[in-house]
Write a protein that binds this ligand. Structure first.
Ligand code: ZN
Length: 195
């Protein structure tokens, strides 16, 4: 099991467009495996290659399907690796629900997405598939497909929520030592100076 560093908002790779995958080789499968491990370790339902610093059109996803509370219901886990996805059709019906992102730890905001989508994609072996998705699954795939085009969920937010999300992630980056604190700070702790 290998988990990869997840890039946090502010990292330029999240704003770059990923490249079409042409080689369906062992390296691609290994990357997808590491992305699965990374996604599970962080309790995500999806992760795009950009988020681990790789500009390939690849994402992994995994969600619980079925309803364990229903009689005879099971909590099966479904998921997979999706390569070179293309949105063929999206419904005019819109669904709004809270959304988060591993590149924005701890932040959740309501995002409007098409309720149903029709997507073409390839698997890790290069085989072509088409799938129709609805509701939460459509949301997960659209979120990850956005990543491959350098689009982030905050881009879909109303101005106020977007401003708040960006402020909170700036604070997070400083807390995590990813950025220096631009403001006045006591004791120079972030630079590790002695007192
Ligand atoms: Zn995301």
């Amino acid at each position: 099991m290998a988990t990869l560093e997840v890039r946090i908002f502010g990292d330029p790779v999240l704003r770059q467009k990923a490249h079409e995958v042409e080689d369906f080789d062992g390296r691609l499968a290994a990357l997808a495996g590491d992305m699965f491990d990374t996604m599970r370790a962080r309790h995500g339902v999806g992760i795009a290659a950009n988020q681990v610093g790789v500009l390939k059109r690849l994402f992994t996803w995994e969600v619980e399907a079925g309803d364990p509370d229903e009689e005879g219901g099971t909590s099966d886990v479904v998921g997979g690796a999706v390569v070179n996805p293309t949105l063929l059709e999206a419904s005019e019906d819109i669904d709004e629900d809270d959304e988060g992102c591993l590149s924005f730890p701890g932040l959740f905001y309501p995002v409007k997405r098409p309720l149903q989508v029709h997507v073409a994609y390839q698997d890790l072996g290069g085989e072509h598939h088409e799938v129709e998705l609805e509701g939460f699954l459509a949301r997960v795939w659209l979120h990850e497909m956005d990543h491959l085009n350098g689009i982030l969920f905050i881009d879909h937010l109303a101005k106020h929520d977007r401003g708040e999300a960006m402020r909170r992630i700036r604070e997070y980056r400083i807390e995590q030592g990813l950025d220096d604190d631009p403001g006045p700070r006591p004791g120079g702790l972030l630079l590790g100076r002695g007192r």
